[in-house]
Ligand binder design. Structure first.
Ligand code: AMP
Length: 356
C-alpha cells in the first residue's frame, strides 16, 4: 500500500485513552473516520465514529474490528501477539509488529538499541533470583530492576542501592521476568519525537526536556537547555532508530543526557506524552504527523515556531484548568475523563513562552 489513504476511509486505533482521542481528532481533520478498540473506558470513543468495547484477547471481536478498518494503528504497546496475527489477516498495521514487539520487552529493546551502536545503560536479564549476582556484576550498583514487560510511568521498577538489597527488590516484582539496568547519572532527561513516512522520509521535532514527579511526566520544555550540537545528536539518534526499523509513524525516543553523551532509555512506538507541546509549537503536531505518516501523506517538517512548556494535569490538578485558561498564551486540553483519580492523567496545558 503506497497510495494515500482516500478521504472517508476508516483508521482503527487500538487503545481508547487520551492519545487515541487526540489521534482521532487529527484524523478527522484529514477527512478520516476512526474506529476505537478499547476494553475499558474510552475517552477516544467520544470523538470517534465507532467503538468496539472488547478484551484484546477476544479474537472474534478483533477480526470484526479489523474488517471494518482500512488500516490500523495503536496508542499503547501491550497488544498480545495472537491478536496481532488476527488483525494481520485482513488489515495493515502501522507501525508494524516488529517495532511493537521490540518495544514490548525491555530486554529485546535494549539489545536492539545496543546492536545499533547506541549507548544504553549497562543491562542484564534477571529471570530468577539465581541470576541476580551475575546481573549486578554486569551492571554494578546502584541499579534498577524493571519488569521486562508491562511497565509504564515508573511502575514495575525497584531500585537496588547495594547487592544485599537485590533479592528483596526483585521480590517486589512478583516473579515477573526482569532486567537489571545500571543507574545512569544523568543531568537531564530529554525526548525526541520523530516520524517516518511510508516513503522513508524522516522528520523530527526539537528535543524536549522532561521532568517527572513520582514517576509520571510532569512538564516538557522546548527548547531543551542543551548545546545545539547535542540537540542535533539526539535527533540523529532517533532517526537512526526509525530507519533501522523501517518504521512508519511517530515514535517517542527517551534519552538521558550525561557527561559522556546521550544514553537511550527507551522507545515508544506511538505518539508520546512528551510530544504534546507540538500542538502549540508546530504547524503540524505529533498527532497529525502520525496520521499523515500512516496514511501516506507528506510529513510536516517538524519546524518549531514557538517556545513551549507543556504541563500535565494529573489527578486533582485538573481543577486548575479554568484558572490556567485565564492566562494569556495557554492552550487547554482536557481528556473528558469523568472520574478523577490520583496519578491519572486528566489533561494538559501548553504554555507558549515566546517565539522560537
Ligand atoms: P522508564 O520506565 O524506563 O522510562 O523509567 C522511568 C524513570 O526512571 C525515567 O524517566 C528515569 O527518571 C528513571 N530511570 C529509568 N531507568 C534509569 C536508569 N537506568 N538510570 C537512572 N534513572 C533511570
Amino acid at each position: 500500500m503506497t497510495d494515500r489513504l482516500p478521504t472517508g476511509a476508516t483508521i482503527g486505533i487500538l487503545g481508547g485513552g487520551q492519545l487515541g482521542r487526540m489521534l482521532a481528532m487529527a484524523a478527522a481533520r484529514l477527512g478520516y473516520r476512526c474506529h476505537i478498540y478499547e476494553p475499558g473506558a474510552a475517552p477516544a470513543a467520544d470523538v470517534a465514529h465507532a467503538w468496539t468495547q472488547a478484551p484484546y484477547e477476544d479474537l472474534g471481536a478483533l477480526r470484526d474490528f479489523a474488517r471494518s478498518c482500512d488500516l490500523i494503528t495503536y496508542e499503547f504497546e501491550n497488544i498480545p501477539a495472537a491478536s496481532l496475527d488476527v488483525l494481520a489477516e485482513t488489515t495493515p498495521l502501522f507501525p508494524d509488529r516488529r517495532a511493537l514487539e521490540i518495544s514490548q520487552d525491555r530486554l529485546t529493546e535494549k539489545t536492539f538499541l545496543a546492536g545499533l551502536g547506541l549507548a544504553t545503560a549497562p543491562f542484564a536479564p534477571v529471570d530468577t533470583p539465581a541470576d541476580l549476582a551475575a546481573a549486578l556484576a554486569a551492571t554494578a550498583t546502584p541499579a534498577i530492576l524493571k519488569t521486562r514487560r508491562f511497565g509504564y510511568d515508573g511502575k514495575g521498577q525497584a531500585r537496588v542501592m547495594a547487592p544485599d538489597e537485590a533479592e528483596a527488590a526483585l521480590a517486589t516484582l512478583q516473579g515477573a521476568p526482569a532486567i537489571a539496568e545500571g543507574f545512569v547519572r544523568f543531568s537531564r532527561e530529554i525526548s525526541v519525537i520523530a516520524a517516518r513516512g511510508r516513503d522513508g522520509t524522516v522528520a523530527a521535532y526539537d528535543p524536549g526536556e522532561n521532568v517527572h514527579v513520582d514517576g509520571i511526566l510532569s512538564t516538557t520544555t522546548v527548547p531543551a537547555a542543551l548545546p545545539l550540537l547535542q540537540r542535533t545528536d539526539a535527533v540523529l539518534v532517533a532517526s537512526r532508530i526509525l530507519t533501522a526499523l523501517d518504521y512508519v509513524g511517530v515514535m517517542g525516543v527517551e534519552l538521558f543526557v550525561t557527561p559522556q553523551g546521550l544514553v537511550v532509555n527507551e522507545i515508544a512506538p506511538r505518539v508520546h506524552n512528551s510530544g504534546h507541546w507540538t500542538q502549540a509549537g508546530c504547524a503540524v503536531d505529533q498527532f497529525e504527523q502520525h496520521i499523515r505518516a500512516i496514511a501516506g501523506w507528506p510529513l510536516g517538517n517538524g519546524e518549531r515556531h514557538a517556545n513551549v512548556v507543556m504541563e500535565n494535569l494529573v489527578g486533582e490538578e485538573v481543577t486548575r484548568a479554568p484558572a490556567l485558561a485565564a492566562e494569556p498564551g495557554v492552550q487547554i486540553h482536557l481528556y473528558g475523563k469523568t472520574e478523577t483519580r490520583p496519578g491519572r492523567k486528566m489533561g494538559h496545558v501548553n504554555r507558549v513562552t515566546g517565539p522560537a
